[in-house]
Design a protein around this ligand. Sequence first.
Ligand code: ACO
Length: 320
Amino acid sequence: MNIRICGTGSAIPSKRVTNDDLSKIMDTSDEWISTRTGIRARHLAETETTTSLAVTASQRALENAGVQAEEIDLIIAATATSDYVVPTLSCEVQRELGASHAVAFDLGAACSGFLFALSTAQAYIASGMYKNALVIGAEVLSKLMDWSDRSTCVLFGDGAGAVVVKADENAAFESVQGSDGAKGMVLACKNRPVVNPYHDDQEAYSHLSMDGQEVFRFAVRTVPVAIRQVLDKAGIAEDEVKYFVLHQANLRIIEAVAKRLGVPMEKFPTNMQECGNVSAASVPILLDEINRKGMIQRGDRLVLAGFGAGLTWGAAVLNW
Ligand code: ACO
């Protein structure tokens, strides 16, 4: 038994911030950002929250799938930026949707989170435990940024994407995943400091820090290997794939991956130009975009891939 994606949805904040807008509040330029990353704008939360974005994306995915919230028996939300430490984002979404028959939990794997969540849903559904799952990637990364650090804050955006997956004996799904905790500090953000009656770390809240060149090297080396591995596992060739939907960190990373795989860039849809890097939300937001544009038909083969902090990476091949 495998999973089939039967509906997609997404939500991004209404506040659109261009590179030129940022250049008015920090020492940067559209030329610097767009030539190095492809990013031209991002949407940043004002009144929206991680929960509200995830709920809207999920409602749109359910509607697109023609599935009622009560039919969902599993909700997995991939996020590093939930509104509460507890309750989890997935439980917040469950309440707002009225998905009263679902078990709900969050999963943390940074920019690979959506891929890991999808594979987790596949494993549960293949085991026979659940039949209909809602898989979400949602982030408000703007709250983790040091807005005085121009080398990181210009890269990220806020948003959410969701898919509804169903058990389908005719569906095809294969995935590979990997982690390298030894390189964890190249992309890091510390949680709260320890402050209790016996100890006080005296630390300020931490922001996201990144060794950009190390992350670039990691992505360009690891992602093509993971994609080849998952295609081998599924027994299909690169040219049988309609689209490669990759985590939208950086256009230059995607171009390098395409070149290493020998696949033309036309097969790599992108939206980091408008959304920036939305971490766990980037793959499902892009998937929703190409679905709603009518770019994918039932039966098309897709490769999805995520990579990021941890370090972590994951790739999946599926039939639409
Ligand atoms: N505007 C203008 N100048 C800047 C900015 C900015 N926003 N940010 C940094 N600079 C300056 C630096 O201060 C430095 O100046 P200096 O030479 O006078 O010291 C210069 O630009 C070059 O900085 P580098 O960090 O060496 O820039 P680099 O060419 O490596 O590009 C980048 C940085 C775009 C982040 C690149 O390393 C990259 O693409 N890395 C991939 C990482 C990535 O995409 N991360 C996303 C999150 S991780 C993930 O999702 C997987």
